[in-house]
Ligand binder design. Sequence first.
Ligand SMILES: *Cc1c(COP(=O)(O)O)cnc(C)c1O
Length: 359
Amino acid sequence: MTEKAPKLRAVLEGIPTYKPGRPPTSDGPVAYKLSSNENPYPPLPGVLEAATAAAGSLNRYPDMACGALLSELASRFDVPVTHLATGTGSVGIAQQLLQSTAGPGDEVIYAWRSFEAYPIITRIAGATPVQVPLTEDEGHDLDAMADAVTERTRLIFVCNPNNPTGRSVRRAELERFLDRVPEDVLVVLDEAYREFVRDEEVPDGLEVYRERPNVCVLRTFSKAYGLAGLRVGFAVAHEPVAAALRKTAVPFGVSQMAQDAAVASLRSEDELLKRVEALVEERQRVRDGLLEQGWTVPESQANFVWLRLGERTTEFAEVCEKAGVTVRPFAGEGVRVTIGETVANDIFLQTARAFRAEL
Ligand SMILES: *Cc1c(COP(=O)(O)O)cnc(C)c1O
């Protein structure tokens, strides 16, 4: 037996593995998962029926072109089909964008802290991450991000609203930033939480992209649409970016169940958006409650809130878990808490109050 292992790419060394939000522990009386920004509502009835019907053909490959879903998306969002691409969640599409734009020696800019997939997929591509610290009030520092552009920059992520802090970039500052970015650098507006945005000054990426060939918008069915388990997201971009996404897609990556469930979700959108509205109201209630308890909470336009707990982060997450809600700690930085069912939000608020009283 030799001790030799297959040679792997050196860039893989030190890449952190994506950490999913912990599932709730079940030894307590109740257990709610507020750690992955999922939608607490079950799929709408039409969605389950569509998925179940598609399950009858699991022996067949799915429609590789995602034809029905693309035409539904094209009419829903008023974009040409040629500007659309689907993928295995918007993370899958983000990875395809990196494969399409960046390799060794190239740079990828994003805010930090932001979505934890960005450094992972950047380094897997062999490209160099350029992390630009958030502003004091937990938002993107777009001036510093524009300053960080070099001739090696290939892609810039703008996570709007930002995961995990919830802060959003507004229209005027985004336009000013885009005016400064060279036209041959791809700017990806990651709008995973777009449906939860209520601030009218936060731009809809689909309006921004129309005038700007170097802008690509990412959306997902995982959050507001409640289909996290089916792995389907989409991008809107001009040619040739959309064409590159079709080339880099894993063949048959999006299952027929995912495609049909996504179409059914779009057709039940009114009902779905009512549920989103209820979550937005809960977000307001939770934030107001925390402010009243004396916490500093950045204004969130997403389905979660952020508490910068610094050294007490891990301790706070453990206290929440004991109380029956699992939150998402980023050790040494803070805790991201998903807005879930009312009873779970109440447990979280009570736990935060008790913790605060002992600070
Ligand atoms: C959850 C999330 C996604 C979506 O991931 P999927 O792969 O579509 O499930 C993308 N971007 C951000 C910032 C997210 O928080």
